[in-house]
Ligand binder design. Structure first.
Ligand code: PLP
Length: 381
């Protein structure tokens, strides 16, 4: 029998500056690369397990979850296989098929799929449209009140803390407060925030927070985080009558092996970087203002940006693609020749990118590269 060569090699991060926002927050620090290597030996966190993943003492998963719950200010926390699984777990355990939930208009597709899988109907809170695409909390509250009037009971309200299209940061505290007042359980999707910026669930009055290890917590993943207030523990963490130690909604055990080992190994690094979030935002704004000096490139979404994920409309790049011999591929190729990666191939009308974790010099290098590319190719016309 002959097999194909699967080509499982990768040197993108080693050789380039990667602007793909999906990947920036999941880069492993050195200590986690070691953990990744060491825990590549099978069912490798289970040597000292006596039936509950979250109670394993070596490596100290139990100690880690305790620290993680303090870090997020929640009463209980579990790991899952991803932010999407965390959302599904909440929806599946506190809602019934046919129930109605309210979701913001910038929600990730996985919020919709989790709801569909749980058999739920979605009411959407519209965003403000071009160019800000803001989720306004007054509009959210009004939509939620109207939904309660119409359907009697709303089982869950979901807010995307930072969305993956515009990098808009929403007002979690206001959201938590009005949900609480209206008696609707609240879920904050922190896939793009937990591990980047501080999360303070209980002081924001939020019932559930979900995070993504591979998106924003420097873990190899796939791994998610699910934090909750104590009042939900009986439902979310109920035990199997047959397998008395096992939590049903977690299917007994969730993410094990390298995903959790790297999440744990990265935790001190993550705790530290979150303290520098303001500096990150400052550098991100500086990067935006440098790019916006180029005529025909401007940021959309809330300004000034409050996140490292930023989206630009780029009519000048689209203009160039019309007469460039390489058409829409010129941008990708020009960037590649400067060791800059992560902008989709062939796309010139707009792009989103992140410079999270890069030095000021690296960000300047990238902004200068864009300027150079526009100046050089703009003359072709
Ligand atoms: C990436 C992303 C997700 C999905 O995260 P997983 O951990 O891969 O499930 C969910 N929500 C938002 C806003 C995201 O950006």
């Amino acid at each position: 029998m002959e097999f194909n060569d699967y080509n499982v090699t990768r040197d993108l991060e080693r050789k380039n500056l990667n602007l793909n926002p999906l990947q920036r927050g999941g880069v492993l620090p050195r200590e986690s690369r070691e953990a990744l290597h060491d825990f590549g030996d099978g069912y490798s966190v289970c040597d000292y397990c006596s039936g509950r993943l979250d109670e394993i003492a070596k490596p100290s998963i139990c100690g880690f979850l305790e620290d993680l719950s303090k870090f997020l200010n929640v009463d209980h926390v579990r790991t899952t296989h991803g932010a999407r699984e965390s959302k599904f777990t909440v929806m599946h355990s506190i809602c019934q098929p046919g129930d109605v939930i309210v979701v913001d208009g910038n929600a990730h597709y996985t919020t919709h799929l989790a709801a569909e899988r749980a058999g739920l109907e979605i009411i959407e809170v519209p965003n403000s449209g071009y160019p800000e695409f803001r989720i306004d909390m007054d509009i959210y509250e009004t939509t939620l009140k109207n939904a309660i009037d119409e359907y009697g009971e709303i089982k869950l309200a979901v807010l995307t803390h930072v969305d993956g299209d515009y990098g808009n940061l929403t007002d979690a505290n206001t959201f938590g407060n009005f949900c609480n007042k209206l008696g609707v359980p609240s879920l904050l999707n922190c896939a793009y925030s937990m591990g980047r910026l501080p999360i303070d669930a209980k002081s924001w009055n939020i019932d559930f927070v979900v995070g993504s290890g591979h998106k924003s917590m420097a873990a190899s993943g796939p791994i998610g985080v699910l934090g909750m207030k104590d009042e939900w523990a009986d439902i979310l963490l109920k035990r199997s009558p047959r397998h008395i130690k096992k939590e049903v909604e977690m299917l007994g055990c969730t993410s094990r092996g390298a995903p959790i080992a790297t999440l744990m190994a990265s935790f001190p690094h993550v705790v530290n970087r979150v303290k520098n979030w303001n500096e990150e935002v400052k550098l991100s704004r500086l990067f935006v203002s440098k790019l916006e000096k180029i005529e025909g490139i401007f940021q959309i979404g809330i300004k000034p940006t409050e996140h490292d994920l930023v989206r630009f409309d780029t009519p000048i790049l689209n203009e160039i693609s019309k007469f460039h011999p390489r058409k829409g591929f010129f941008l990708y190729e020009e960037l590649k020749s400067r060791n800059i990666a992560g902008i989709k191939r062939g796309q010139t009308e707009w792009f989103k990118c992140s410079t999270y974790g890069m030095s000021k010099e690296q960000r300047d290098y990238i902004a200068d590269a864009f300027l150079e590319i526009v100046e050089k190719n703009g003359q072709l016309k």
